[in-house]
Ligand binder design. Structure first.
Ligand code: MG
Length: 369
């Protein structure tokens, strides 16, 4: 079977999966551990890059003074990251951690100076440190950062590429969501949208995942989608097509959001030239601090912001929820696509995530299953 982005899932052998056997490293007074978990998907998931039926996430814990902070890595092969590269990066990061976990920005600055990429591993450590901080102060992270949890926008729910009948079935299963995100891949796009329109008139967002082959095709499709109650388009063409996206931005009747075109801190000048907005994901930028930096940058450029996720445990969703009230579009549904979630995270109420009011990131570990 092919994995999410064309990588064969056969390449992820059982040897890569450390089933609840934590690795423990670190200084005397600070312990970092991690383990990999296999998360089965509710539906085999197809996007423009391929199909798969499970994900491997890595759960990181940082213990200090009797308090444990948790963080999550959901590495994505599209960005050259796998459970194995994440494991390797975590070994290196573990050796850099100081005895005191409070100076998070300084710690992550040092990590970034020594380790390139490995954003999922960095995100996990950044999250675990913030979870530890919040728990040690007995306050949710969004309190500490002065974020109003009531201002969160409804989350979209993602519908993967499938046959028109199956897509209709999936849409009927999720009436509680106020907006749907439809994955298209340049093949049966109009047929799928028409099938969806036969069963719902909810607003739609479209994610082409780089699937349209050129700018004229993309423009033609977007002009048609604008007549179908679609409100934005994510990553129309290949991320490297900067010039084509700039051309498209001048003509598109719908806002264009960069997803695959943004990893790390990106180049905001280039992004603003080619897109109306950016999709920020903790796993692409390396955690909560870089995500906050991206939000500030995007604001300065007058760009709109989406906060997205990978297919991942509620632990990662709880982290993203802390800052979700700061963005225009919330796309935090990755935990709803898996079974056997090792964490309990934000509740969903009338299509909105409820930002957890528990200390730290507010995710609760379920007992090992
Ligand atoms: Mg996307």
């Amino acid at each position: 079977m092919m994995g999410d982005h064309g990588i064969s899932t056969d390449q992820i052998s059982l040897n890569d999966v450390i089933w609840f056997k934590p690795i423990s490293l670190g200084a005397m007074n600070l312990q970092i551990q991690w383990r990999q978990v296999r998360l089965p998907l509710i539906h085999a998931f197809t996007i423009a890059h391929g199909t798969s039926d499970f994900r491997i996430n890595t759960i990181v814990s940082i213990q200090h003074q009797g308090i444990t902070g948790f963080g999550l890595a959901a590495p994505n092969p599209r960005y050259g990251e796998t459970p194995t590269t994440t494991d390797q990066a975590l070994h290196r990061i573990a050796m850099m951690l100081p005895e005191n976990p409070l100076a998070i920005r300084s710690i992550m600055h040092k990590v970034n100076q020594h380790i390139e990429g490995a954003y999922a591993a960095k995100a996990a450590v950044d999250m675990a440190l913030h979870d530890w901080l919040g728990k040690s102060l007995d306050a949710p992270l969004h309190y500490i950062w002065g974020i109003d949890a009531t201002q969160i926008a409804p989350t979209s729910m993602t519908i993967g590429v499938d046959t028109p009948e199956k897509v209709q079935k999936k849409v009927r299963e999720v009436p509680q969501f106020k907006v749907l995100k439809i994955k298209l891949n340049g093949e049966r796009d109009r047929e799928l949208i028409q099938a969806i329109r036969d069963v719902t008139d909810q607003p739609l967002r479209v994610d082409a995942n780089e699937g349209w082959r050129d700018k004229t095709t993309a423009l033609k499709e977007i002009e048609w989608l604008a007549t179908q109650g679609v409100e934005l388009i994510e990553q129309p063409m290949k991320a490297k097509f900067w010039g084509e996206h700039a051309w498209l931005k001048e003509r598109s009747p719908l806002p264009l959001i960069a997803d695959e075109a943004l990893d790390g801190q990106g180049d905001m000048t280039a992004l603003a030239n080619a897109y109306h907005g950016i999709n920020i994901k903790l796993m692409k930028c390396g955690g909560l601090l870089p995500a906050m930096d991206l939000i500030s940058q995007a604001r300065a450029f007058g760009m709109s912001m989406m906060l997205g996720c990978m297919v991942e445990s509620s632990l990662g969703i709880a982290a993203a929820a802390q800052i979700a009230p700061l963005v225009d579009y919330v796309d935090l549904d990755g935990h709803l696509l898996i079974r056997d979630d090792p964490f309990l995270g934000p509740r969903l109420e009338k299509g909105r995530l409820q930002v957890p009011q528990r200390p730290g990131l507010g995710a609760l570990e379920r007992l090992a299953h």
